[in-house]
Design a protein around this ligand. Structure first.
Ligand code: BMA
Length: 840
């Protein structure tokens, strides 16, 4: 196979005035206009509003390429666009070779008869997706509404484009278009491989899964345009074996079976290794001479099912891998950026790497974004991050016209065949909140029947039907949230079955303690917003606007009541922060506190609850949002907290119904001997009382279980609640040590002592750049946060508590690719905050 990449520089023409500038492919129009200096950075200030015209116009992308002798000699020449966004006409040397109107489909065309020796030209006309959506709306027999956000593009639900590109409650509306994930010309002499699908099957022999034989059922789909016999070869990396087969003319699907005895299994992160096997398939002319077409995939051997079984409570939801029930720990993924030119592998690796470092084992690819690039799923396979994959429909109603459904069917047929080989892919879900959305809009409230019919034709009639046909081993989950297959009841407020989106704390303003009043089976969304770090704010606000309610800050808050809820929560739980920086800090403290409250409690209810995916992992631009990672990938305090509350061994400490409870959650498959020491301390650090270990009921914790170790009615403590806090220390026989504190009343009521924190930058053997901060606390310090604005890198820990007199060394890990950082640089930029210093 010979390939010619057409990535790199193209020319971008604005059809309205004929002006031209270069554009990098993969990339997008708005990014090209930023690069040429014609528009300002849309993330800065309110510049987004000045680029709205871009999505309302038509553009042409063109590039030339040389076809030499070698390509000319190929019997077959095909051009492939991985993703064209969105409404497009493709031409080669001026001749139309096809149209496209769905960024989730692959575009392939045979071009052997159209290329000429020497210079050739390919062009893609991108018509305004916004105008296309408006034109679709005018054709509808009745209105089909979608949720809109402060800056929104109309009728986004009528075009097959990532829904959040038309604006969301955490992101801008840029409606850019472009070519993503690569453009290639492929030369070969025989048939073309359209897809290789591999189903791995375990033949149970009654023992452990690793002792079994595994079968790989291969379905190799070839294009039908090749009329003569061909030859196919399959190589499986581990066995080193190659199998050859003759393929008769006209055979478009070749089935093959491979067997492997005791392969190394693939496991989600925290449960075992992520073993992967390379599989290569080539197909070429029957003569054995000439160029082949080749496909490479990676297999993982694992048995995966999602149990949704009726039980005493309702209906379970548990991902089971290789017979082990997995507690899914993770967050919701949205596209890596609002500017698609920045959807790079490196970016994904950084964001997903941070997810894995925070002890996550699962991410949900949310339905308002896109089916991610191959790189994303490859990284998830390598990192052991299970993928909950939504189909790309979100917070809207959708049409069920034959054209729309035909387009969706082609999209989902492609995506299932592209993605189903990934061992990390855990389940397919029909949409995000589209079932619930039927109850949201006036039109659908007044006339539910027609929207229910639309919903069913799309969701069960198209998506569910195709997924069950093409990927029968994987769970089809109809919607998120959902009570489960074949159950269309409201699952927003039901905590006894299926997956739940629990939003009452954020959207309804309920107290954090309300998280302890629901016990979801699997909570696939719950979130609490925070403001970004000062460094992120500095990237988008102009001088003079470092204030929560400045125009630039409000423009970067897309939830209409977002800032009010953040400030209201501060008033409810904390003392008013003394300045802007402290406000940013405190917003991250309360976000971490909210999500930690939910996860610690829900993990303590396992096996009733078997998954928590908070909203949301990442950000598409710099601004206020529910994310735990900053736009630039930096860790908010929530992300540091997630590393603790998602630790396989967790000490969960909370007050429920006026009773303090301490649980140990053990996600490992071995029993664990633990020692728990619990003290009641005053805020100066002195001990009021310790709780003797004999009151602690058990110290051997079973595998895959949550065990209650200690309870104490809060009103039996010999202090006023604002005078003291619980200080718990957990030691395990595995040598782990964890300290957790618990306030007995709202932090604002507590008489915190000035922590007297001293920080010195010192050299450290632990890090490549050899820098760390030595911290000392004179009195107990809470939510101690370290930052170094302008210095690329990250502190090893932040947002932790310190005991009186404690000394702690926190390493600083500089980011690669920057000049070395000196101790003086770090000292000058270092900022240390804690709860007490946020108000005084
Ligand atoms: C959800 C999501 C998103 C949204 C978030 C915050 O339910 O599915 O649509 O961004 O809430 O409001």
């Amino acid at each position: 196979m010979e390939e010619l990449s057409l990535n790199g520089q193209w020319m971008l023409k604005r059809l309205a005035d004929g002006s031209e500038r270069p554009m990098t492919v993969p990339g997008d129009i708005v990014s090209a206009l930023v690069a040429s200096g014609e528009v300002s950075d849309p993330y800065f200030d309110r510049n987004e509003l000045d680029v709205q015209w871009v999505g309302r116009e038509d553009w042409a992308l063109t590039r030339t390429f040389d076809v030499g002798d070698s390509l000319l000699r190929a019997a077959r020449l095909c051009i492939e666009f991985a993703s064209i966004d969105t409404v497009a006409e493709v031409r080669l040397n001026g001749r139309a070779i096809g149209t496209s109107h769905n960024m989730f489909r692959r575009f392939r065309a045979d071009i052997a008869s159209l290329v000429t020796p020497g210079r050739n030209e390919v062009s893609v006309i991108l018509r305004s997706a916004e105008r296309a959506a408006i034109a679709e709306a005018a054709k509808l027999a009745y209105p089909i509404p979608a949720s809109v956000y402060p800056v929104s593009s109309p009728n986004r639900n009528l075009v097959r484009k990532a829904q959040c590109m038309g604006g969301w409650d955490w992101g801008p509306s840029l409606m850019t278009g472009g070519l993503y994930d690569g453009v290639t010309i492929i030369a070969h002499d025989g048939p073309r491989i359209e897809y290789v699908r591999a189903r791995t099957r375990r033949i149970r022999q009654g023992g452990a899964p690793e002792l079994d034989t595994w079968v790989v059922d291969l379905a190799i789909e070839l294009d039908s345009a090749y009329p003569v016999d061909a030859l196919l070869a399959i190589e499986l990396g581990a066995s080193g074996s190659t199998q050859r087969h003759a393929v008769a003319a006209g055979n478009t699907t070749v089935h093959e079976e491979l067997r492997l005895k005791s392969p190394l299994l693939w496991w989600p992160a925290g449960y075992g290794d992520q073993n992967l096997y390379d599989l290569r398939v080539v197909v070429g002319p029957a003569s054995g001479k000439g160029r082949v077409h080749e496909a490479r995939i990676r297999l993982g051997f694992r048995d995966l099912r999602v149990d949704a079984l009726p039980d005493d409570i309702g209906r379970s939801m548990t991902i089971v891998v290789n017979d082990r029930p997995i507690f899914a720990k993770g967050a919701n993924w949205i596209p890596a950026d609002a500017l698609p030119s920045r959807w790079t592998r490196q970016r994904m690796a950084n964001l997903l790497g941070s997810a894995a470092q925070a002890n996550m084992n699962c991410v949900r690819v949310w339905g308002g974004g896109r089916y991610e690039s191959d790189a994303f799923y490859e990284l998830c396979d390598e990192l052991g991050l299970l993928v909950w994959q939504d189909c790309m429909f979100s917070c809207a109603l959708y049409p069920s016209t034959p054209e729309f459904l035909g387009n969706v069917e082609a999209e989902i047929r492609h995506q299932v065949r592209r993605l189903s080989n990934h061992p990390a892919l855990a389940l397919w879900c029909g949409n995000n909140e589209a079932l619930g959305a039927i109850t949201w809009y006036d039109e659908s409230k007044q006339n539910p029947a027609r929207y229910i019919v639309d919903y069913d034709r799309l969701t069960e009639g198209t998506l569910g039907r195709v997924i069950r046909e093409l990927d029968p081993d994987r769970t089809w989950w109809p919607s998120s949230p959902s009570a489960g297959p074949d159950d269309f009841s409201d699952n927003w407020h039901s905590d006894n079955r299926g997956d739940m989106h629990y939003w009452s704390v954020w959207h309804e303003g309920k107290p954090f303690s309300e998280y302890l009043r629901v016990q979801p089976r699997f909570c696939s969304e719950f979130g609490f917003q925070s403001l970004p770090s000062h460094a992120t704010v500095a990237s988008f606000v102009p001088a003079g606007q470092f204030n929560v309610s400045s125009p630039a800050m409000e423009h970067h808050q897309r939830h209409p009541r977002g800032n009010s809820i953040i400030i209201d929560t501060m008033l409810r739980y904390f003392r008013m922060p003394k300045d802007f920086r402290s406000t940013l800090y405190l917003s991250q403290v309360q976000q971490a506190m909210a999500i930690r409250t939910a996860v610690e409690f829900w993990r303590s209810t396992r096996p009733r609850c078997m998954g928590t995916l908070y909203w949301q992992l990442n950000d598409v631009w710099p601004g206020a949002s529910w994310s735990s990672l900053e736009y630039d990938g930096g860790w908010k305090l929530l992300h540091y907290a997630a590393r603790d509350f998602y630790d396989p061994v967790l000490l969960a400490l909370f007050i429920k119904d006026q009773v303090i409870q301490a649980f140990i959650v053990n996600d490992s498959d071995a029993s664990l001997r633990v020692e728990l020491e619990i003290m009641l301390r005053r805020f100066d650090g002195s001990i009021v009382t310790g709780f003797p270990p004999d009151l602690i009921s058990s110290n051997v914790i079973g595998p895959d279980a949550a065990t209650l170790l200690w309870t104490c009615p809060a009103d039996r403590l010999p202090v006023m609640k604002h005078e003291a806090f619980i200080d718990a220390q957990l030691t395990t026989d595995g040598g782990r040590y964890r300290r957790t504190t618990l306030f007995l009343s709202d932090p604002k009521a507590c008489e915190l002592w000035p922590a007297g924190l001293q920080a010195t930058v010192v050299s450290s053997k632990e890090t490549a750049d050899g820098l760390a901060v030595r911290l000392r606390a004179a009195a107990p310090a809470f939510f101690v946060a370290l930052s170094a604005e302008g210095i690329p890198g990250r502190f090893e820990a932040s947002g932790f508590d310190m005991a009186a007199g404690e000394e702690r060394l926190v390493a600083f890990r500089a980011e690669h690719g920057y000049p070395p950082i000196t101790a003086a640089d770090l000292s000058a930029a270092l900022r240390v905050e804690d709860l007490r210093s946020s108000y005084e």
